[in-house]
Ligand binder design. Structure first.
Ligand SMILES: Cc1ncc(COP(=O)(O)O)c(C=O)c1O
Length: 441
């Protein structure tokens, strides 16, 4: 069996040995119900309190401001629900959000809340001025919320959260920040300070099934579940002290995370250079999805002529774990709504995300690049099967077309070349370098 090369750290991260150790140690007392008044309950409660303190110091708040949840999804749901008690008000957000916020925004819309979907910049970023302009729709006396992410789960784009927060506050709106991909990875100044913040332990090398919503003092979270009085009655249900102990250990480690992640930038750049070289070698157009400010550990590209999930499957056969979108949407043939919002549905199909983590090495990068080259060359796919992306020879000769790399051996050699396009139609190149279909599969 081939050894596994894991380059999908935005989907989840492997638990750190310190986290496993903390959870093993917690087994002795953490089995009890932390709400029980007896000694066993109090000991379990202590584990929960310690974990809460550690998560609070990661978020730069006091432990009273942290409520444990089942993960990032529930924290985003709570953050978006909070101001819209009477199904009235304005929500400003974008199609770039993670499905846990996007789907909740859609449900609020169907309940009568006005939702303004801000168009993202082509660079992959949100424009604070566009958000401020959308807030102008606010009716006096009605609540207004801006829901944004700090680091994008697919592209790794870092959003100007502080600027958006300042503008929103000046207009009397509150802000919910999905910091699931940001906490422990980028400078906390980027994501701290919002009215509510969503966190998830499993992106910090902690356990799955636990996260937190952090609320500023004076900002009251409204429960979406009905039940007991746990988490100050705002999030009913028994929190597992053992999982919480793992979250606490992960949060403590995550204080030094941004420095460790910053050191991954050269490896990310090496992968990116290698990916474009593979594209040139095999005459496949591979282009970056975003430009500008971004996290140091994510490489997101668009591979023309491929469906990202097919490429992921081909790489998986070689023992390489990468992804074509967010793990929550994996298994659907549809391209990610976030990437569609940036580049349109056709190009979004070829999305490929390589996300590094603390365990990633140069050998992982080399193994990935070699497997990518093999997958692309084996496929027999033509380089520019797509009408829009195909280079136009006459413009190319004049150096006008930057649609992709020039075929090796020049255009004449490419003529007559046979193969299949991405839909499986057999065909060949014509004298003018065009792709002509001969038959259907
Ligand atoms: C940005 C972002 N928000 C929210 C979530 C959901 O977190 P969880 O899987 O803990 O529910 C994820 C998970 O991938 C994410 O990347």
């Amino acid at each position: 069996m081939k050894s596994l090369v894991y380059l999908d750290h935005n989907a989840t991260t492997p638990p750190h040995p310190e986290v496993i150790e903390a959870m093993n140690a917690a087994q002795a007392t953490g089995w009890a119900n932390p709400s029980s008044l007896h000694r066993a309950g109090r000991e379990a409660r202590r584990l929960l309190d310690d974990a809460r303190e550690r998560v609070a110091s990661l978020a730069g708040v006091s432990d009273r401001d942290v409520l444990f949840t089942s993960g990032g999804t529930e924290a985003n749901n709570l953050g978006l629900e909070r101001p819209f008690k009477d199904n009235r008000g304005l929500l400003v957000t974008s199609r770039l959000e993670h499905p846990s916020a996007l789907a909740y925004a859609e449900s609020l819309e169907s309940r009568g809340v006005v939702v303004r979907w801000v168009k993202p910049e082509r660079s992959g970023h949100l424009d604070p001025a566009a958000i401020a302009a959308a807030l102008a729709d606010r009716r006096p006396g009605e609540p207004a919320l801006v829901a944004i992410h700090a680091v994008h789960h697919e592209t790794g784009a870092i959003q100007p959260v502080r600027e958006i927060l300042a503008r929103a506050e000046a207009l009397g709106a509150s802000v919910h920040v999905d910091a699931v991909q940001a906490a422990g990875r980028v400078d906390p100044v980027i994501w701290q300070g919002a009215h509510t913040i969503a966190l998830a332990a499993h992106k910090l090398r902690g356990p799955k099934g636990i996260g937190a919503i952090v609320a500023r003092p004076g900002v009251q979270v409204r429960p979406i579940l009905r039940g007991g009085g746990q988490e100050r009655g705002l999030r009913p249900g028994t929190v597992d002290p053992i999982t919480a102990a793992g979250f606490g250990a992960a949060a403590r480690r995550a204080l030094g995370g941004p420095e460790r992640y910053a050191a991954l930038a050269p490896l990310r750049d090496r992968i990116e250079r290698g990916v474009y070289e593979v594209g040139q070698l095999h005459r496949t157009l591979i282009e970056p999805t975003i430009t500008g400010w971004r996290a140091p550990h994510v490489c997101h590209v668009l591979v023309a002529g491929w469906r990202g999930d097919e490429l992921v499957a081909a790489l998986d056969l070689e023992g390489i774990c990468v992804s074509s979108g967010s793990a929550c949407s994996a298994g659907t043939a549809e391209p990610s709504p976030a990437i569609v919002a940036l580049v349109g549905p056709e190009r979004a199909r070829g999305a490929l995300r390589i996300s590094l983590g603390e365990t990633s090495t140069a050998e992982d990068a080399d193994a990935f690049l070699a497997a990518l080259a093999r997958a692309i060359s084996r496929s027999g796919l033509f380089s520019y099967p797509n009408r829009r992306l195909r280079p136009r020879p006459h413009r190319r000769r004049r150096g006008l077309d930057r649609g992709g790399p020039r075929p090796r051996g020049g255009l004449r050699r490419a003529q007559g070349e046979r193969g299949r396009c991405q839909r499986g139609c057999a065909g060949a190149r014509t004298r003018r370098g065009r792709w002509r279909r001969r038959s259907r599969r």
